[in-house]
Design a protein around this ligand. Structure first.
Ligand code: SF4
Ligand code: SF4
Length: 397
């Protein structure tokens, strides 16, 4: 990352941390944190049962359901649905970044429009997200204005309002003829067959009004009830943004329908008439349970000393920081985890003290390092130390 980008990043992280302090000290949030900890532990323990149950509930709710073992299968399911489209809309989602959906569809000749402001900026700059819920924090206003002028051929002043209005107008214009939207999910209630999505911009509301709404989520997003799913969404918001609640919590429990005429059920009112849910495994079944408790709030990366110095070079796609590089091992293998910086971590555990789920990230990293080492991905200085010990009985020459 460039020096000025790191400066922007550090400043944004500082503001976020200050905003978060007050809310995380609130007794109601403290209580919510304990509730969500037990929800996540129980859900991951019962993942197989929840996966079976959500299939039944989705069927009752008229939601098409697929389980994708890996990224290739998930992309194939999506492509089979969208292959006759020209443009599709997309919201922010680590799971969609994980499977590289946008690149996959673009190779097949489709255009994918990011609808979140931050993600649209990242799409225009051709860069990588820096934070799971605030992906473009490392760009300053002038840089954003310049890229808009270059890519959208619109002169825009370097102030937040003008930037927002310009991108909004462009996205809305492109969305006019779009029939399919793809989103991720923050939590999925297996007993109710309901999918919970958090957003502040209202873009998921727009997407769910398209003819077809495809929702892709990692199997670890499953919980039992809608109440549990809302609790997860609220805690994620508090830690990710420092706000008590997001502007919107969208719940999708089936296609758009009405029974307002003599109680006769009609489908296809304003919202999507086809809702498709895809649960992605992609190595999650092999990951340690604690690694799957994560609610994606990003607090660990804002507090990580290494991330604050190297930025997204300590991470893989949308999975950033220590938890991200450890998780990468399960979704993409040892080499990807090595390249993502599994050895960069200092094992200081600052992330665990700030994580609302108290995930023991340093412990997970140590175990993943053993796997990475065994698979043959080693650092030269470590190898030198090993050789020295073998040859001289001391790490030092
Ligand atoms: S243990 Fe590793 S990932 Fe966690 S804060 Fe320290 S350096 Fe960052
Ligand atoms: S590991 Fe913890 S702090 Fe980091 S994103 Fe997940 S829940 Fe949030």
């Amino acid at each position: 990352m460039r020096e000025n980008q790191l400066k922007n990043l550090n400043e944004s992280f500082r503001i976020l941390a200050e905003r978060r302090v007050e809310i995380t000290e609130d007794p109601r949030i403290k209580e919510l944190k304990e509730t969500v900890k037990s929800i996540r532990e129980n859900s991951i323990k019962n993942l197989e049962r929840l996966l079976e149950k959500v299939g039944e509930s989705f069927e009752d709710n008229d939601i098409e359901f697929y389980i994708a073992k890996n990224a290739k299968k998930a992309n194939k399911i999506i492509y089979d649905i969208v292959k006759d489209e020209r443009i599709i809309a997309k919201s922010k989602s680590n799971t969609l970044s994980e499977i590289n959906m946008a690149k996959f569809l673009e190779k097949k000749g489709l255009k994918v429009i990011e609808t979140d402001l931050g993600d649209r900026i990242i799409q225009l700059t051709d860069d990588r997200p820096i934070h799971p819920t605030a992906p473009a924090l490392h760009f300053n206003m002038q840089e954003i204005a310049d890229v808009i002028t270059e890519k959208l051929k619109v002169k825009v002043k370097a102030n937040p309002k003008d930037i927002m209005e310009t991108i909004k107008a462009d996205v809305l214009n492109k969305l006019e003829n779009v029939k399919v939207g793809v989103t991720g999910a923050n939590a999925v209630a297996a007993d109710d067959g309901s999918i919970v999505m958090v957003h502040n911009e209202g873009n998921i509301g727009l997407i769910s009004l398209k003819d077809t709404h495809i929702i892709v989520f990692g199997i670890e997003k499953l919980v039992s009830t809608l109440e549990e799913a809302i609790s997860v969404a609220k805690l994620e918001t508090a830690y990710a943004t420092g706000s008590r609640v997001p502007s919107y919590i969208s719940v999708v429990s089936g296609p758009s329908k009405t029974a307002d005429i003599q109680k006769i059920l009609l489908k296809n009112m304003y919202g999507a008439h086809r809702v498709v849910a895809i649960a992605l495994d992609n190595g999650r079944s092999k990951a340690p349970p604690e690694c799957l408790w994560c609610i994606g709030c990003g607090t660990c990366i804002t507090s990580c000393p290494v991330y604050n110095i190297v930025g997204y070079d300590f991470g893989y796609k949308g999975y950033l920081g220590g938890r991200g590089v450890a998780f990468t091992n399960f979704i993409e293998g040892e080499k990807a985890s090595f390249d993502a910086g599994i050895y960069m971590c200092t094992l200081c555990s600052r992330c665990t003290t700030t994580c609302p789920l108290e995930i023991p990230i340093a412990d997970i990293i140590e175990k993943v390092r053993c796997q990475v080492q065994t698979a043959g991905y080693k650092l030269d200085p470590h190898e030198n130390i090993r050789k020295n010990i073998k040859e001289t009985g001391t790490p030092f020459r």
